[in-house]
Ligand binder design. Structure first.
Ligand SMILES: Cc1cc2nc3c(=O)[nH]c(=O)nc-3n(C[C@H](O)[C@H](O)[C@H](O)COP(=O)(O)OP(=O)(O)OC[C@H]3O[C@@H](n4cnc5c(N)ncnc54)[C@H](O)[C@@H]3O)c2cc1C
Length: 357
């Protein structure tokens, strides 16, 4: 049966059944090959999302290190499963219905963080941006002050090119090491190759790129001044943002020439509520979970805000929050990565001289 015929004859239900069959085989193989690895089955995603929303995902694995992550991904590939990576879950909305066809890999335990001999910072994907910014401050390195209040990780922040108060991660990233799921190879990409732009990157556009670590190049600075700047920005954040309630940060991207929060406010939508989801009174750019919000409450609210702002202000808002599905479909790989192919032995070393794999 050729591919075309195959596509025409398989119904959506049959494709779904095949995906689930592959997933069950993959889970069994992972349990056998990596018995010590944390593997949560039918795990409610509300536990892993800053929105506190989301039904069960079929499997969520937490590899101990880069080496077990790469073994895990190889098993998944052998079973035709493309995993989704998860950092701190601060920019994702998971569906109430759950994701029975998805295998999630958490970077929670990828926590190596150290100075390289040339003064750059090496951080694994699971390091929080606040820990990274503090580490830079402690070493008298300036340029990450803007990131100290962003609740995501190095991996999630790099995909999103996270930014605040005039700074973006693209300004300080020197290079990124990733595992490309389709060919299971490691690549090291320079800043330019990552194609960063406002809240996006090559990785976000193409999928299949599992970020393992990032090297940051910062400027020498005064520790006290860096600390004062971080305190000032975090105070501004606490003053302006509804940090006491679950959210996923700014719901919409900043449209060219406008501010999303101002447009939403001017359209009279502050406090607009659907079920447990509300446009924050404190900051109109945030959608907050005021208690028991479902993903459908949030979708409906986002749609209403988008339509109203378009009608009233003539500006089309685009969500910044990643709405699942359909972003992650099993076996949905983008084009090949362009970068420098490296081997596991070429991965950066930590202070003890240990390699990552
Ligand atoms: C209160 C609040 C304030 C916020 N303020 C800001 C702000 O000022 N500026 C800003 O830019 N954002 C902000 N955010 C949004 C969010 O924190 C950032 O987008 C952050 O970078 C997401 O990181 P994460 O680790 O939580 O990613 P996640 O939400 O876990 O994942 C986001 C995306 O990245 C992918 N991903 C995660 N890790 C990896 C990896 N290692 N390899 C490949 N893909 C990966 C996921 O698959 C997903 O597609 C805020 C959020 C909250 C809740």
């Amino acid at each position: 049966m050729d591919q075309k015929e195959n596509k025409e004859t398989l119904s959506a239900e049959e494709i779904s059944a095949r995906c689930r069959e592959n997933l069950e085989k993959a889970i069994a193989a992972v349990k056998k090959a990596l018995p010590g690895m944390t593997l949560l089955e039918n795990e409610p995603m509300e536990r892993h999302s800053s929105f506190k929303i989301g039904g069960p995902v079929r499997a969520l694995a937490v590899p101990e290190d880069v080496s077990s992550l790469s073994r895990l991904c190889s098993i998944l590939k052998d079973n035709h499963i493309a995993p989704m990576m998860l950092g701190n879950g601060t920019n994702v909305l998971f569906p109430d219905e759950g994701l029975p066809e998805l295998f999630i890999v958490s970077t929670e335990k990828l926590q190596k963080l150290f100075l390289l001999p040339d003064g750059a910072i090496y951080a694994e994907a699971g390091v929080s941006l606040s820990k990274l910014a503090s580490f830079a401050q402690q070493n008298g390195l300036a340029g990450l002050e803007f990131a100290s209040g962003i609740p995501g990780t190095v991996g999630g922040g790099t995909i999103m090119n996270a930014g605040a108060y005039g700074g973006e991660l693209k300004d300080v990233i020197e290079s990124v090491v990733l595992l490309y799921a389709p060919d299971q190879r490691l690549y090291e990409l320079s800043n330019e190759q990552c194609a960063f732009s406002y809240r996006t990157s090559l990785f976000k556009k193409m999928g299949g790129c599992l970020i393992l670590s990032v090297v940051f190049r910062l400027a020498a600075g005064d520790g006290e001044a860096i600390s004062a700047k971080m305190r000032e920005l975090n105070e501004r954040r606490r003053d302006k943002q509804p940090l006491d309630l679950p959210s996923a940060g700014s719901a919409f991207k900043r449209p060219e020439g406008h501010y999303a929060a101002a447009l939403i406010d001017e359209a009279g939508l502050k406090g607009y509520t659907v079920g447990g989801a509300q446009v924050s009174e404190k900051h109109a750019g945030f959608v907050i979970n005021i208690g028991g919000a479902t993903s459908h409450d949030v979708y409906d609210l986002l749609m209403h805000v988008r339509n109203t702002v378009y009608r009233e202000k003539g500006v089309q808002l685009e969500p910044e929050i990643i709405l699942l599905p359909p972003e992650y479909r099993l076996e949905d790989h983008g084009p090949a990565v362009r970068g420098n192919f490296i081997t596991f032995n070429g991965a950066p070393e930590d202070e003890s001289g240990e390699t990552d794999a």
